[in-house]
Write a protein that binds this ligand. Sequence first.
Ligand SMILES: Cc1cc2nc3c(=O)[nH]c(=O)nc-3n(C[C@H](O)[C@H](O)[C@H](O)COP(=O)(O)OP(=O)(O)OC[C@H]3O[C@@H](n4cnc5c(N)ncnc54)[C@H](O)[C@@H]3O)c2cc1C
Length: 386
Amino acid sequence: MLIPSSANYDVAIIGAGPAGTACALALRHRGLRVALLDKAQFPRDKVCGDAVPGHALKALRQLDPSFAEGLWQLQPLDAVRQSRLVAPNGDSLWMRWKLPSFNSPRETFDAALLALVQAHSTTEILENTGLKTLSIDADHVRLTTSAGAEITCQLVIGCDGANSVVRRQLLPAPLDRAHHCAGVRAYFEDIAGAKAGLTEYFFTKDYLQGYLWIFPVGRGLYNVGLGMLSETVARHKVDLKQLLPQLLATHPALAGRFASARQHGGIQGFGLPLGGGRTVSVSGQRFLLCGDAASLIDPIQGHGIDTAMQSGILAAAQVLACFEKQDFAAGFMKQYDAQVAEKISRKLAKSYRLMRFLSNKPWLVNAGVRLARVPGLKPWVQKVIG
Ligand SMILES: Cc1cc2nc3c(=O)[nH]c(=O)nc-3n(C[C@H](O)[C@H](O)[C@H](O)COP(=O)(O)OP(=O)(O)OC[C@H]3O[C@@H](n4cnc5c(N)ncnc54)[C@H](O)[C@@H]3O)c2cc1C
């Protein structure tokens, strides 16, 4: 949809990834005039491991069970049944997760979320519309787009990802490498020993603040990637795009498996703003931040699709409270901060502490994997890691 040179809405959601679409879906049928802006045209790619956590589907089911059910029909898709964790010493831990989940390329998954917004709400979807600047006045927010159009609204929701323009302009802060990961991924087929339904995680003793993964995404394609704490990347001057193929060829548990594998496209990288850091605000007068814009990625596993959707839904509840009370002040928005802290960040803080604790103890990771083999202890180990 094209916007005229100026337009007015109750709510403008910036970014139509998991956070923005969940927020738009949670605001459906509420009588608000909502715009959902994205700088991209969908379907669009997003660098990711493509593993949709069970809690993301659970969040969607809470909005409407049919939303989540429909997504299981996506193609390509791989229903995850089992995971294998490979410790630095090569020992494996085999696990089954409680909540059903699947992997699907983000190009497919995110387009399906946006299609749900289109089908089930009156949200005005504005693709190819990048947010350039925003300013907050006493009685409204003024946005300008990359095409020079002007939008005014009562509230703006920043769901614009790791490099959020909303966050950078309204809550600027330097990059905190201790709470940020760098990640790269590429697609492969014909990996020896890889199979549908099985996600594999590999830990190395040198880089415990991250891991290498092989995730099937359907139709014989695998998302293969590597994530690492940005502090480590900077300190050791690691080039992840070089290290990934190097590890695929030399890691004891991987060597030989990629000998006949075919790579589709290049290796691409993107940042992961981790949660669990010092308490930072995720709101202010007339604005809220969600998902990666609010730094809500799990520090141990690196998933953030679920917390993006959960925070998008929490933001929608705050939006409704704001319009009901006609209160858009920073003080009133603190209710949202409290909800995010209680429902999301507390758990991320625990994950962060565990990640730091294990980061220089490969022997402990080895011991944990061995311990999980003792009958009865596996559920406990599984609970600790995720
Ligand atoms: C290498 C890597 C692997 C990962 N693996 C996983 C995984 O397997 N599972 C998992 O759950 N999570 C994973 N994550 C994290 C996950 O990708 C994010 O947490 C998730 O995408 C956050 O959703 P979001 O909606 O907040 O942001 P995004 O998905 O980034 O969406 C933001 C949207 O905003 C738009 N946008 C950006 N700037 C503007 C602007 N100025 N104006 C308008 N629109 C704008 C973008 O086009 C985009 O559509 C991974 C991340 C990386 C980098």
